[in-house]
Write a protein that binds this ligand. Structure first.
Ligand code: GLV
Ligand code: GLV
Length: 319
């Protein structure tokens, strides 16, 4: 059977696959497989190893006449046309769980960096703008004891809430359903979205990308936030109306934003949001800790092999 891997993976990860299957892997580090190549390779493939950088859409799935399994090295699968894949009897695997803590760490790091203007401080040094200690030089927002509002209380949201608890933050959350663990072990309070937006000092978006969450943070939502509030997004860029965010940041309707995700990705240095002093931006690295990425790769391989061998996947996308 043939496997297509759309990204460069370490030898130790692919060797077991090479021993059993005909493996085609894209060799360019840091770049996804070219679309034309993927459309060609998929025609014969039984297994596809993918990630968030590929569009696994109906056009591609039409050509994939042998495909049994799609395994994405990610928790999110909004880049995959799940419905079409299911109709064709293709199973889909993803990697929840193993990236929860790393992504919660990055989310909290971005929250702290944005609130306390860490990256701006480094820029000041690099540009020789440090003249003296001064009373209000690079003042940001406090974190300890403030109110955090977490939109999307899944595994990662819960991880962020645990970190927030360590900073004695008051924890509000909004989610499709109540999260007992967050309420009972962390004292988190369930809120309507509007109440969360008006009360939180830090609004942290961790909802998956679906039809219902598309641009859920827009002009109206940013207007409800405090002028001193900070918006953090480590979920998906599609969940935010970026133009509305730009205007809210420029007008001072909100204080700052920390963003790990954009729509579309990647962005270039000319992106309007990067021109704003009060934006701290990262190139979609939520789960990018070395141990985590190796675990994700291993889990994605296990899903792939199980799918090829008609065994249940470790984590199957059920939609
Ligand atoms: C990355 O964004 C993921 O979904 O794992
Ligand atoms: C992702 O793992 C989530 O449920 O937050």
């Amino acid at each position: 059977m043939k496997i297509v891997i759309t990204c460069k993976l370490p030898h130790e990860v692919i060797e077991p696959l090479q021993a059993k299957y005909d493996v085609v892997m894209w060799e360019k580090e840091g770049e996804p497989m070219e679309r034309a190549r993927l459309l060609h390779e998929i025609e014969e493939a039984h297994g596809l190893f993918t990630n968030v950088a590929d569009q696994i859409d109906a056009e591609l799935l039409e050509k994939a006449t042998n495909l049994k399994v799609i395994s994405t090295m990610a928790v999110g699968f909004d880049n995959i046309d799940v419905e079409t894949a299911k109709q064709k009897g293709i199973v889909i695997g993803h990697t929840p769980g193993v990236l929860t803590e790393a992504t919660a760490d990055l989310t909290f790091a971005l929250l702290m960096a944005t609130g306390r203007r860490i990256v701006e401080g480094m820029d000041v040094l690099r540009q020789d703008e440090w003249k003296s200690w001064a009373p209000f030089f690079l003042t940001g927002q406090e974190i300890y004891g403030k109110t955090i509002g977490i939109i999307g209380m899944g595994r990662i949201g819960l991880g962020v809430a645990r970190r927030a608890k360590g900073f004695s933050m008051n924890i509000l959350y909004h989610n499709r359903s109540h999260n007992k663990e967050a309420e009972e072990t962390l004292g988190a309070t369930y809120c309507k979205l509007d109440d969360l937006l008006t009360q939180a000092d830090y609004v942290v978006l961790l909802a998956p990308s679906t039809k219902d969450t598309y641009k859920m943070m827009g002009k109206e939502q940013f207007a409800k936030m405090k002028n001193s509030a900070i918006f953090i997004n480590t979920s998906r860029g599609t969940n935010v109306d970026e133009e509305a965010l730009y205007h809210a940041l420029e007008a001072g309707d909100i204080y700052a934003a920390g963003l790990d995700v954009f729509d579309p990705e990647p962005i270039s240095s000319s992106h309007p949001l990067l021109r704003l002093r009060n934006v701290t931006a990262l190139p979609h690295i939520g789960s990018a800790a070395i141990e985590t990425r190796l675990e994700m790769a291993r889990l994605a391989c296990e899903n792939l092999v199980n799918g090829l061998e008609d065994k249940p996947l470790v984590h199957e996308v059920k939609a």
